[in-house]
Ligand binder design. Sequence first.
Ligand code: GAL
Length: 408
Amino acid sequence: MKKTSLAVALAATLALPATATELEVTHWWTSGGEAAAVAEFAKAFNAGGDTWVDGAIAGSGGTARPIIISRILGGQPMGATQLNHGRQAEELIEAGLMLDITDLAEAEGWRDFVNPSSLLDSCTLDGRIYCVPVNIHSAQWMWLNNAAFEKVGLPVPTNWDEFVAAGPALEAAGIVPLAMGQQSWQTQLAFGALAIALLDYDTWAAVNTEKNAEVAAGAEYRRVFEAFDDARRLAVGSNVQDWNQATNMVITGTAAAQIHGDWAQGEFQVAGQVAGEDYTCLPGLGFNDVLDTGGDAFYFPVNDDPEITAAQLRLASLLISKDVQVAFNLKKGSLPVRGDIDLSAANACMQKGLEILASGNILPGGAQNFSEDTNTQLNDLMTAFWNDLSITVDQVQADYAAIIASAD
Ligand code: GAL
């Protein structure tokens, strides 16, 4: 072998980690768009010489999180796991079960480029950093099938009220106006999106940040419950379970619209549909151009094998790196966590999201406002109201205010 090619081979070997390490990575990204996105993470980790052992858990976060948490508590931890950044890992961190990655974050200057910096705050407990944020997902979007409205001779709605007004014409044409998966977190997400879209910030914050039950029971919030009542009646024909099945109803024109997070974009992209041509996106449901900065992060359960720990840190560094952030977020339909990368390839809807992000008109996401226990109570309440049309607006609002009164 010539000297030069030997030197090149040696250099390439040295670039690989000292010991190629397998990491089992758990997540709940199993839809078409989600799988395409997480494959970008796996590809990058494997290209670095380590091995990504995929631990996809089918179902929503509500299904996956208890499995993930019980494995860590039960002493059978994975190498890394997705969770929503915010308070979901709080108890695991307090129990000393999650790797402190502050030194890596400081060495790489994450605080200088993570945007908004609140994302890093959502990974921080008592001044120490325990997760690497990987995207910004916001729930306050509405996705509309342009052809469905053309079919009934109506312009594509520019806001929630115009959509509600189009309901009867859509139903008469055999089109389900609103697609909704039947899992409770989806109806709770729709309620949250309507609240952010229809309320001013102070009213929203009084309930979601200050837990003010009086405001929750007040006239402004009644408008949200009345809109939520419209939504449940417009979704009567939507009998699917998973969020991406509901998205597919919109993609195929079986339904006209869906209130859902921007991860729905991944499904439109996998289906080859073009933002602005085949479908329309309405951030803030066409009223409030505001987005919540919910999203995903990766956490690393502690273990006593230094090679695993070294591989965990390599993965953390990779997930927030520029190239991987672009490759992943373009596929995921989410926004990047860095303010210093070129996303010119982003489609029209992602560009809308980036403009809102740049405007600073952002709010914390649900996982960052309420504890898991409170979120579960809210999910259950919204599902009960959604599925039982005999429950009145007065009743559900009173029950909601009671939960807020004891929220933590
Ligand atoms: C969210 C997560 C998103 C998306 C969604 C549906 O919690 O942040 O990445 O995948 O679940 O699975």
